[in-house]
Design a protein around this ligand. Sequence first.
Ligand SMILES: [Zn+2]
Ligand SMILES: [Zn+2]
Length: 182
Amino acid sequence: MKRSREAFVAALRSAGLRATATRLAVLAALRRQPHAGTDTVIRHVRTELGTVSTQAVYNVLAALVEVGLVRRIQPAGSVALYELRVGDNHHHVVCRKCRAVADVDCAAITRPCLTPSEAYGYLLDEAEVTYWGVCPACQAESGLIRPPGPVDEAAIHRNNPIEGGRTWPTPLPRPPVRVSPC
Ligand SMILES: [Zn+2]
Ligand SMILES: [Zn+2]
């Protein structure tokens, strides 16, 4: 814990910020709980420091994002979430049911997602990719985890709420090839 505090002090100083108690407590909160929303950060900071105003925590988060020590993400339908893992262009997987968030590295180390098929002359520095799905805990809760052994694929799709309880459609038969007479 002591070592991480020293690292936070050094990081704040090299970003040109004084190592205030609130800034250190916000960084410690995000170390404990990555992808935390403002409410969670405030709760952690108050546990550590006692009375701290909501506005003070908002200001600290904004300043830390500004200097690049904290990354702010906002998946669709979610509040803003904050994390210490910055500058590596990693992506996120979000659970549709409980909104749990986990980090996902680029599929290839070389950030291929920063090389789109067309950049339109833009100088790109970030690709925000969000994978959506159902986390293991929510799968277990709704009986979606695959049992070991032979799998009844049709039953899995019938029980999957994301698929609306429908089974995969069977492909349509190909139309007969018509040969036009000469
Ligand atoms: Zn979930
Ligand atoms: Zn992340």
